[in-house]
Design a protein. Sequence first.
Length: 250
Amino acid sequence: RLEAQLRRQDKQKLETKKREVSQLQKHNESQTQTLENQSARLLELEEQIKKLQSEREKFKSELNTALQTNIDNARQFEEQLNLYNSEIQETRSNRTNSSIRVPVKRQESSFFGSLFGLKYLPLLSELEYPEKFGFLLKRSNWWKRWNSRWCVLYGESLYYFESNNQATKATDVIELDGCKIGKADEFTGAKLTFGIFHKTRKNYFFMCKEQKELIEWVQVLKKKISEINKSKINLQRSSSISTNLIQSNQ
């Protein structure tokens, strides 16, 4: 009996040991699988890191190239700007030296032109360095229709043309001496209009596209007429002083 009991105990211990060994093997297999998965993940991360490093180098190279291109473009722009500024300075110097206030080039009037008071109408290309220019709508004298005209303020006159082509000849010229400028909505029945009024000559009406344009044209024309009036007053004063001096000397 004792021997049988000992055999049963040994058998139980053996089975217990087998179970422990089996569990240990399973645990080892699980750890081995985990290590293999971690190793595979580590390799995958290393590949991703290499790929990111490669992309980083590529991006860095592209960034350097773009930066250098921008620097080159900035230098070229600065050179062009300096050249443009020098050309402007040269142009201003030439304009100052050559006095841009010279009258419009005029051809000799014919006998019939002088007889009937015909005006010389220049080409647009002859009006160099105008004080203001742009498209306006002008109301016709007879049919009261609004036609687009290229208007140029040059010297003491306002010229208007059918287009802004440099080879276009002026349709007419408005001498601003003795004129007054004012809004003309009540005369034209339209908005954004201004008129050039004179006591003895015919009146002219123009329409702008927006309020800002209307204000600019009215201001610059009023300023020009004011300059003309001051010039006339100064000329009259000079003439009067000269006359008085001549009379006193006599």
